[in-house]
Write a protein that binds this ligand. Sequence first.
Ligand code: ADA
Length: 573
Amino acid sequence: MLRAFNQHHIRFAQSLDGVWDFITADDAKLNKNGLPKSYNRKVVVPLAWETLPGLETYRGKAYFRRTIESIPGLSTRLVFGGVSHTADVYVDGVLMQHHYDAFTPFDMIIEPSDKTSCEVVVEVDNSFGDHSALHIENDYYTYGGITRPVEQQFIDTLYISDLKITTTAKGKSWLLDVAITVSNLGDDAVNAMLQYDLDGQVVELGEVKLRGGQSKTVTHTQTCKDVKVWDDANPNLYTLTAQLIDVYGTIGDDLSERFGFREVKVRGKKLLLNGKPLHLFGFNRHEDHANYGCALPMSAIAQDMALLQDTGANFLRTCHYPNDMRVLDLCDEMGIFVWEEHHARSVSFDHPAYKDQIDGSTQEMVQWHFNHPSIIMWGCLNECQSYTKSGAKEHGRILNMLKKLDPSRPVTYASMFHDKDLAYKYAEIVSWNRYDNWYGDCDPDEGVRKMIKWLNASEKTGGKGKPIIVSEFGAGAIYGYRHPKCERWTEEYQVVALEQCLNAYLNNTDILGSVIWQFCDVRTTQFGIDQCGPWKTRPRCNNNKGIVDEYRRPKLAYAKVKELFTKARKIKR
Ligand code: ADA
């Protein structure tokens, strides 16, 4: 299932997760359409192919195939939660959809026919090169595969293609802004009645008329009283279902979204949720697991969220890309605040594909994840060139784009350039990645105080008076490597390093969020014996700064973080 809840009660939707045929391009003989003549493995989707024997480091193309049902006369909508990293989708041998980027969903429509089935082949490519500006050799692994769930839906000519919900506090009441988009796939003009159902209460929106091929967005604002607000202590969720009424007066199509009544605002140095100051205690988490690669099943995702909350954390940064929608659904349910970030870690703005790909990641992230109450800020451009004039301008462009796409959430980016950074003026929250006692030798307390003083000394910094988050800090520890001398890479060293940082940041009243790098150990791009690359120095070809390892076995630091987060949360709530 794409989501952790049912989005359709009328529209027929079924999961395409399960067994698909599979072959790599290295093994395949291709037919005249450029697709494999035969397949040599059965695999289960969602899948990172690196979990298959013999493909542990395979980089290149591979093909996934399966037959899907068709209903004569109805269109089929396919929704892919994520394909890593480039997908070309063929239906009955014809290329119908191209999508770049592992971390955003995409959909496609197969036109009606009189067939009762069709063959879907997905050509997947996880290679690096000139075609890829965001998926590059990096401090996390770009896996290959259909790595997130796939769904098939049957739709008529007219269907509900989008639903966006925004809540704004107004005294003791709330304004609920609903925007429903209806699309006409046919050539002829059509009309239908539109309504929505909010937990049993029906609001009629009247008739929508559409020309052939047209999409139209209908908006409505409703005042709601006596609502139960959403926050971390009480993550109250509501379900709103948009419904199209057909000529027989029955519901012909529907789309449900969940939302929470909550409002996030920046006020001076504070970040407010429903008017109350927020304190964020959290983790950066990559979607990575020793057993599943980036294709974590729901049970493994749920275990991560449970571990995160067990440490006393209330915040997750989805470094450095949009997450699986099921992660966000769980955060909505469990009251975990989220900084969701588009896909960029130290990317080059000069890459020829950069602009299209970064704009795509940004727009698709907001488009698909807009309704999650857990997302309290959008992030972008982790550790990119914010120290040059042109780099800062690019930060301004993306931060403005995010704000335009969604004015309801604050925007930020994680900077490693500190007092050389020229882009703070474009962000509403200043975020620093600091590794005081790992890469640098400075004392975390002294280091951060100096920076805060600098930031607030003059308007020229662009960050004066803005809220501050320490968006990354951490130290490497190899699971099981213990030594009383507390050397680098021991679990003991990580305890001391995190303790120093947490004591400095949690006790500093100017810092509203402390986000540990990182939740779990993750695989980095790997290099052979004769190759070099920036990640070759990473022991085990992993980034080992997790407080649990890649199997989720807790390191010594887990207990220390739990002690300090729990203590701080008691004081700051
Ligand atoms: C950076 C970066 C992370 C990771 C980290 C580290 O801050 O944002 O992706 O690479 O450093 O472990 O060095």
